[in-house]
Design a protein around this ligand. Structure first.
Ligand code: BGC
Length: 270
């Protein structure tokens, strides 16, 4: 078991969609906890390199790798780079995801397929590669109690229905059963599989929900704790789930949402 100061010392982590937003904060937090990082990105190499530089300046190790998580060959070659750069993998954070919002009656099949293929199929492809590597390597003495950890970044919309976002909500509901099924399937190989379901976190994906005072006020009506989440709130949860501090936890979802899933509409009603 590693020290509390650097709970991930020596561990090797791959974070998908790590060039901005929640993925970036998770990569930074894991690196600060002692992990070596593969920073995956799709479009913005300059931003991914910025994240890599920041990790190196903090004394950590990191590489940036371009891969579309919904493309099997891209995922396989990204894991091959991981193996080559760090000799293995201990933590996968399935974070890459997107929204393509439309009312059901206007939603195109392309919009449906795009969101499902990145948010759900992409998570399956990466989890499969990570599990293969974890099973091959088994638990490593002095590194971690587990052979490996998979963390899915889902959403409160794995249980809160979301009108106008059928593709996104369906992908997140799917992640919940993917996560639980993999947790059940992999536990005997000492692989832990958990999810973080963030609420409203200040990132580019939901800019329109927080960038004006009026929008922010409307958003805060949905958050009993009275503030928007920051990406670092999710980074800290990811460090805990990746570390041996959560060693007895598998198949669970941490809702990091300021109470958004507590039915705030019932505070003074019902
Ligand atoms: C979505 C955000 C939204 C939040 C809370 C997230 O999963 O990506 O756009 O603000 O859920 O509704």
């Amino acid at each position: 078991m590693n020290s509390i100061a650097l709970p991930l010392a020596g561990q090797r982590a791959l974070v998908t969609g790590a060039s901005s937003g929640i993925g970036e904060a998770i990569a930074q937090a894991l690196a600060a906890a002692g992990a070596k990082l593969l920073v995956n990105y799709l479009h913005d190499e300059a931003e991914a390199q910025r994240v890599v530089r920041a990790i190196r300046e903090g004394g950590g190790e990191a590489v940036a790798v371009r891969a579309d998580v919904s493309v099997e060959a891209d995922v396989e070659s990204m894991f091959a780079v991981m193996q080559k750069a760090f000799g293995g993998i201990d933590v996968l954070v399935n974070n890459a995801g997107l929204q393509q919002d439309a009312a059901l009656v206007d939603m195109t099949l392309d919009e449906w397929n795009k969101v499902i293929s990145v948010n759900l199929t992409g998570h399956f492809l990466c989890a499969r590669e990570a599990a293969r590597a974890f099973v091959r390597q088994g638990p490593i003495d002095g590194l971690s109690c587990a052979a490996g950890k998979i963390i899915f970044v889902s959403s409160v919309h794995d249980i809160i229905p979301w009108a106008g976002h059928a593709n996104y909500a369906a992908s997140k509901g799917g992640i919940m059963m993917l996560m639980k099924t993999l947790a059940q399937e992999l536990a005997r190989s000492r692989i832990r599989v958990n999810a973080i379901s963030p609420g409203a976190i200040r990132t580019p994906i939901n800019r329109s929900a927080w960038e004006t005072p009026e929008a922010l006020a409307r958003l805060l009506e949905l958050i009993p704790y009275g503030r928007i989440g920051e990406p670092e709130d999710i980074g800290r949860a990811a460090v805990w789930l990746a570390s041996d501090a959560s060693d007895y936890m598998t198949g669970a979802t941490l809702y990091v949402d300021g109470g958004m899933t507590l039915y705030p509409g019932f505070e003074a009603g019902g």
